[in-house]
Design a protein. Structure first.
Length: 371
């Protein structure tokens, strides 16, 4: 397979994300679920909170009236498709309790169904993993309950071992992709890297790893002279926003959730017990105990990447990450790293809003002598 073929397959998977469904597929809404457990059972998995921005399905006025204004764009897209029956063939949809948007989506989906505005299928399952060491016994019971909801037997040790090796290969390929961002002039830019990474959410680990290796094969390694940029804040799938940011430097530390929070950490050995412990202690989860562990990890990674500046952007309905921005700003400033806060950015920015953001970013970086 040529590098162009691999890149095209990754980009096509990203373009079609969540819209090509097969019978008995299991949907996941939210970050933090250890998908290796499903892959090991042979169940196909689809990620439902990253639907294409252009994939607008309108279930009608009654559904629109039920969705309150504070509900974010990703949840709204999901709910309209859910009410229209787009997910009827799915075996189940798993909602990650520790993802704020996922909990909102779960509650609204139940209410739409109760009101008779949504079909009776598929089964809706709330995955309530507690991110604290003392909760391991509870988390194991949650896993047992999950298998019961899915009507599925747990994966065999051999199947889990094979899935584990696939995920190890994926993790290594994703690390190679990150290294290319930090030390290459072309062709891999931050928007491309995000696209290739997110595409893997609809692939088994081994397939994703193979495509990434093939796509990265011709990439020449050479230091980048541009300012080293970090990216934090809300989840982004809009490549034009990436392109705008990347035009001012190299985004060498991308900590937006779709990049930083997936896949969840792997343990040293493949057992359900070890996988749950690793997922519960994943430091890229905002609900990790103690509360400051997540922000400490984020700051440590930005410092380790030796960023010259960090770009922050938030979803207009953010009610989680924004509270940490003042603390993050102070910590970065103390380390001599500028934080450029773009404020609230529409998940589907128009050309006009992108032009405004471009002016804000250019002005701030210029004042700091970085462009």
């Amino acid at each position: 397979m040529t590098s162009d073929d691999a890149a095209n397959l990754l980009e096509n998977a990203f373009a079609l994300r969540g819209t090509v469904l097969s019978k008995d597929m299991i949907g996941i809404f939210g970050e933090g679920f250890p998908e290796i457990l499903l892959h090991a059972t042979g169940a196909p998995v689809t990620c439902l909170h990253i639907l294409p921005q252009e994939d607008i399905v309108d279930a009608g006025h009654n559904v629109s009236q039920c969705i309150e204004p504070f509900v974010d764009h990703a949840v709204q897209r999901f709910l309209h498709r859910f009410a229209c029956g787009c997910f009827n063939d799915l075996r189940a949809i798993i909602f990650c309790r520790d993802d704020t948007a996922a909990l909102v989506a779960y509650q609204y989906a139940l209410e739409l169904r109760r009101l008779g505005l949504a079909p009776a299928t598929p089964k809706l399952v709330l995955w309530n993993l507690v991110h604290a060491p003392h909760a391991h016994e509870f988390n194991m019971r949650q896993l047992e309950t999950l298998w019961q909801h899915l009507g599925s037997a747990p994966p065999t040790p051999d199947a889990l071992s094979r899935a584990f090796q696939d995920e190890v290969a994926r993790a290594q390929a994703l690390e190679d992709l990150t290294e290319c961002l930090r030390a290459t002039n072309a062709p891999v830019r931050a928007g491309t890297a995000m696209t290739w990474r997110v595409a893997g959410r609809w692939m088994a680990g081994g397939q994703h790893a193979d495509l990434l290796r093939a796509a990265l094969a011709p990439v020449a390694q050479a230091p980048r002279a541009a300012p080293r940029l970090g990216l934090i804040g809300a989840a982004i799938t809009h490549t034009a926003l990436y392109d705008m940011i990347d035009s001012y430097g190299a985004v060498i530390c991308d900590m937006q959730p779709l990049v930083a929070a997936w896949p969840v950490d792997l343990p040293d050995h493949p057992t359900p017990d070890a996988i749950l412990k690793a997922a519960a202690s994943d430091r890229d989860c905002q609900r990790l105990v103690p509360p400051d562990a997540y922000t400490d990890t984020l700051i440590d990674r930005l410092l380790a990447a030796k960023c010259d500046a960090v770009i922050c952007q938030l979803h207009p309905h953010d009610d989680v990450f924004g509270w940490d921005v003042p603390h993050i700003t102070r910590r970065l400033n103390d380390a001599g790293i500028a934080l450029v806060n773009l404020g609230f950015v529409d998940p589907v920015p128009t050309d006009q809003s992108l032009a405004v953001l471009d002016t804000v970013l250019r002005t701030d970086l210029k004042q700091r002598g970085l462009v």
